[in-house]
Design a protein around this ligand. Structure first.
Ligand SMILES: [Zn+2]
Length: 281
């Protein structure tokens, strides 16, 4: 019988908690290491809709990218939405596990899956290599199969990522040719300078704010530099789930442990609609 301890051991082989940033909160959130685990649901966010999906399917474990309690807590009372989630999971024998920045910097990690989803082929290297091991790190840099107008790369990226209300936003000349591409799953503001220094033609990430994006685009149009593509945060991290699910199940299978894994299809991006997409009143 497979246990939560088996799944956690394998997850921590793939995504070593020691790789996580010091401010992060990764690992087991709730669950008894001795409890059986047969069905594992992978999701980006530990939210009520994902718990609904896990309970409907009969999952024993949810693996999420984002932590439930990033900044710690003094209560799990069911008086808050987070406490209610913990109660529902424990009452139904569902464990919760988080692999966050340790999955971002893993090789392969979150941005490898993102890079493949938007059409990069060939070798990928970290955009910002980890100090202790340059094979790991934040973001990835790779190439498209051939020089491509930015317009076509954006279309390819939109097809490769799951649909969200906000879709993709672009800053740059749609007709310019792009070949070298940097990507970073999740909020990539802090890597703007690194992407420029890397000499790529386009940088795709999420959660870009007006001023950094505006100044970056202005510098690129006056002095040459990357175009920007801003995607929904959830959409940039979702491609990793299938990769993690595959690696976990095959790692466990190699040890004679068979589990069933599923990737959540629930769109949990914070932004659920736009005025333009609402039906007319
Ligand atoms: Zn994220």
């Amino acid at each position: 019988m497979s246990t939560l301890a088996d799944a956690v051991t394998e997850l921590e082989t793939l995504y070593d908690p020691a790789w996580a940033e010091s401010w992060d909160a990764v690992g087991l959130v709730c669950g008894d290491p001795a409890q059986p685990v047969r069905k594992i649901l992978f999701a980006v966010d530990p939210v009520a809709a994902v718990a609904d999906e896990a309970l409907a399917w009969g999952a024993d474990l949810i693996v999420t990218h984002h932590p439930l309690y990033l900044r710690g807590t003094t209560t799990v009372a069911a008086t808050t939405f987070k406490g209610r989630l913990v109660h529902r999971l424990i009452k139904n024998d569902v464990a919760l596990y988080t692999a966050h920045t340790n999955a971002d910097v893993a090789d392969p990690g979150v941005s490898d899956a993102l890079a493949r989803a938007v059409g990069l082929t060939g070798p990928l290297v970290p955009l910002s290599p980890a100090a202790d091991d340059p094979r790991r790190g934040l973001g990835r840099v790779g190439s498209l199969p051939e020089p491509t107008p930015l317009r076509d790369f954006v279309r390819r990226a939109a097809r490769g990522l799951p649909r969200t209300a906000g879709g993709l936003r672009v800053a740059g000349d749609l007709g310019r040719e792009v070949l070298r591409v940097a990507v970073s799953g999740g909020a990539g503001d802090s890597l703007l300078g690194t992407a420029r220094a890397a000499g790529v033609d386009v940088f795709l990430t999420a959660d870009l704010r007006h001023h950094p994006a505006s100044e970056f685009a202005e510098a690129s149009s006056s002095g040459g530099g990357p175009a920007l593509v801003d995607a929904a945060h959830w959409a940039t991290e979702w491609p990793w789930l299938a990769d993690a699910a595959r690696r976990l199940t095959s790692g466990l299978a190699a040890r004679g442990i068979n589990v069933e894994a599923r990737v959540s299809e629930t769109v949990t991006d914070a932004w659920t609609t736009t005025a333009e997409s609402m039906t007319p009143a």
